[in-house]
Design a protein around this ligand. Structure first.
Ligand code: GLY
Length: 389
């Protein structure tokens, strides 16, 4: 990377730390966490909203609170200012009880940016406890017949027992981390089994991916692909493709099984071939309208996956290729997709993401995971490898 690119990313990192401080100061004591923006302002919610039924509607619970704590740790890593560590700890205390949330795969998302990263950033073993607790809760969702982690719902719910999602691929890092920390291979074995099942069922011949896949929980038989946030069952929800790229890249890093490298690269090839010139995809590749809602968070996730491929790919030319693409993606995001200079109107870091277009939720918004994956990649490029995930 050229010195000027490095300098540009560092400037963005410093700007991001100021934005994070401003949001943290505003929310300090409120016991609420930023989730997605509405008209540029963070919509906030409590961390103790567990996944569950809300009437006859399924609620995913607060699955984004850990990314906020993770952002505070990323700001601490850059600035070394104690206030960021104090905020990360005080918001983290509100997150910790969620380690017992039995109803969602999302506790991987909740606990590795917050407590697994926090224990490393603060050099504090005590912070490992909640993340290990969450890893134990997560592996209880493993169905050994189908070799998958159940995505949603209570473990005994007849409809939910066969549910899986591509998103789970990026909940797996908590399990790889847990094996490294404890020496207990079971966490990583379950992560590996789930990643294999995903590579088998989710990838289509053209490298695009399903968002969801249903299984018969008794026999383990795969039933069929579908979607929750995509345009249709057979369409390619762009963020889902990037959950797959990043997750399979990490699975290859952990297990060195060529199956995972091939899966990551097939999905990557599809994404790179389908994405427009500024490397930010429409929310779903099937939306060919003139100005479809975009999802910049997918680009941020993809850049993280490519930074993994850069370090683990056996071919040096491919390593350079993925590094160059990751840098180009981040440069594009820094150039046209951040709220720098728009601080009066935009509280988030990364603009123009989409949580769920079919549900009309968080469209053309900042989203907490987008900010996290964006800044995590910037941190990786500027201050050095971030070991989590
Ligand atoms: N549930 C994760 C996502 O919306 O991508």
């Amino acid at each position: 990377m050229s010195q000027s690119a490095d300098h540009q990313f560092l400037e963005v990192y410093d700007w991001a730390c100021e934005r994070i401080a401003s949001t943290a100061a505003r929310l300090d004591g409120s016991e609420t966490f930023p989730h997605v923006t509405d008209d540029g302002r963070w919509r906030t919610w409590r961390a103790d909203i567990y996944a569950g039924w809300d009437g006859d509607q399924w609620s995913h619970g607060n699955w984004t609170c850990g990314f906020w704590v993770g952002l505070l740790w990323l700001a601490y890593l850059r600035t070394q200012e104690p206030r960021f560590a104090q905020w990360a700890r005080s918001f983290g205390e509100l997150v910790a009880p969620r380690q017992l949330d039995e109803n969602t795969h999302d506790i991987g998302f909740v606990f590795y940016p917050s407590f697994a990263l926090g224990s490393w950033a603060a050099n504090d073993d005590v912070l490992k406890g909640p993340a290990l607790g969450a890893a134990r809760t997560l592996v209880a969702r493993f169905n050994p017949r189908g070799r998958y982690l159940q995505a949603w719902g209570p473990l005994d719910h007849p409809l939910a027992r066969g549910s899986t999602a591509i998103d789970t691929m990026m909940n797996l890092p908590l399990l790889w981390w847990a094996t490294r920390e404890t020496g207990d291979a079971r966490f990583a074995e379950i992560a590996r089994a789930h990643a294999e099942t995903s590579a088998r069922y989710y990838l289509r011949p053209d490298g695009s991916t399903y968002h969801t896949y249903s299984f018969d929980p008794e026999s383990g038989r795969g039933i069929g692909g579908g979607t929750y946030q995509g345009a249709s069952s057979e369409s390619s929800w762009s963020r889902g493709v990037t959950w797959g790229i990043a997750g399979w890249a990490l699975a290859y890093r952990e297990h060195k099984d060529p199956l995972f490298l091939e899966a990551a690269e097939r999905a990557a090839e599809y994404f790179v071939g389908a994405v427009p010139g500024d490397l930010v995809p429409p929310w779903d590749f099937a939306d060919t309208s003139t100005m479809p809602p975009q999802d910049s968070s997918a680009t941020a996730i993809c850049a993280n996956g490519f930074l993994v491929l850069e370090t683990v790919h056996p071919d040096p030319l491919k390593r350079s290729y993925y590094r160059a693409l990751a840098e180009a993606m981040l440069a594009s995001l820094c150039h046209g997709y951040i709220g720098r200079g728009q601080e009066e109107r935009e509280e988030g870091l990364l603009l123009h993401s989409a949580y769920s277009v079919p549900h009309g939720d968080g469209v053309d918004s900042s989203v907490m995971w987008g900010d996290w994956f964006f800044l995590r990649a910037i941190a990786h490029l500027t201050i050095g490898p971030v070991p989590v995930p």
